[in-house]
Design a protein around this ligand. Structure first.
Ligand code: PMP
Length: 338
């Protein structure tokens, strides 16, 4: 939305790369081909990938832009919309990079705590954003690291009532029970981010995408570096979109494993939050974390306000069994200590 766009960006034009047929191509200072045609720059706007994804999502290509991971897209929102000293609002705990990206872009970062780490008081959050004159509101949905999710109604209310750009970061949405829908056509202050790093199992290629109103995508393209998506990523991304059945199967497996692991943890005396993502968030003694680490079983531990909380990514059934065994061993060791 123009209203929120940074002043410096208003008069910029997006860098356009025209794809043309050629006999010799000597217009881009490219080098000599020696490895699979990789001497050429990629197609700037990932046209083939974008067309295919647009068809799958029921969007126009103009409603999509890709990023080098959704991380890049968070930064592009700041580049387009956030002036130095302006405020970014989220809730806590949430994805720690939100604070870091905000500070890098010279913003002021404010978080409103979730109640009992779980629930968001939507009215209070809207008031918090508006009272602090937020320019950008970030919502991780489902939320990393708690795994909890806001309803589509709550999201829509926030988008409608805050006077800011609202980024709905759906990195984990495919693991939730909610359908993949968005209202970016109705609300030009809403931006949805998704990634191939989680449900598609392709964190290694760094591929994320933004869905937003065509006007917003146009502004994002003004601040995006040309050719931000490399040839290899575009190619693998296309292959992934042709293999949706594989992704679907993996998502189903992870969801089943998530429920199995949640039950195991509960049976062992832990209290994981109900999760709509591919991880579980729970409190434990430091000894457990250390024991697991010693066995080469890596889970995520947190510091600061989240000291004593852990996040376990759901793996394959085999990997999860190893985790279960290690937890059992840790508990047996501790009971022998007494
Ligand atoms: N958003 C959230 C909530 C995340 O947890 C992550 C990754 N941990 C990202 C964005 C970034 O994902 P990527 O850059 O790999 O797309």
């Amino acid at each position: 939305m123009l209203k929120y766009l940074r002043r410096e960006i208003r008069d910029l034009e997006a860098y356009e790369v025209k794809e043309r047929d050629y006999v010799v191509k000597l217009d881009a200072n490219e080098g000599v081909d020696w490895l699979d045609g990789l001497n050429r720059y990629p197609v700037d706007r990932s046209d083939a990938l974008r067309d295919k994804l647009a068809r799958q999502l029921g969007k126009t290509p103009g409603e999509l832009v890709f990023g080098n991971g959704s991380s890049e897209l968070i930064e592009l929102v700041f580049k387009a919309y956030l002036e130095a000293g302006e405020t970014v609002v989220s809730f806590s705990p949430t994805f720690s990079m939100y604070r870091i990206f905000t500070l890098i872009h010279k913003g002021r970062y404010l978080e409103m705590p979730l109640k009992d780490m779980v629930s968001l008081d939507v009215e209070a959050f809207i008031a918090f954003a508006n009272e602090n004159r937020a320019k950008v509101v970030l919502i991780s949905n489902p939320n990393n690291p708690t795994g909890t999710i806001l309803s589509p109604e709550a999201i829509e209310k926030i988008v409608r009532e805050v006077d800011a750009m609202v980024v709905i970061d759906e990195a984990y949405i495919e693991f939730s029970d909610q359908p993949l829908t968005d209202k970016t056509r109705d609300y030009p202050n809403a931006v949805v981010l998704r990634t191939f790093s989680k449900a598609y199992g392709l964190a290694g290629i760094r591929l994320g995408y933004m869905i937003a109103h065509e006007e917003v995508i146009g502004y994002i393209n003004r601040v995006r570096s040309p050719y931000n998506l490399n040839v290899l990523t575009q190619g693998v991304g296309l292959k992934a979109l042709e293999s949706v059945a594989i992704a679907r199967e993996n998502i189903q497996m992870i969801k089943e494993e998530r429920e199995r692991m949640a039950k195991v943890l509960r049976d062992k005396g832990f209290d994981p939050l109900p999760s709509q993502a591919n991880f579980l968030f729970f409190q434990a003694k430091k000894g457990l974390y250390r024991y697991l680490a010693d066995q080469g079983v890596l889970i995520r531990g947190f510091g600061g306000d989240l000291e004593g909380y852990y996040r376990l990514t759901i793996g394959t059934p085999k990997e999860n069994d190893i985790v279960i065994n290690a937890i059992e061993e840790a508990q047996n060791e501790r009971s022998q200590d007494r």
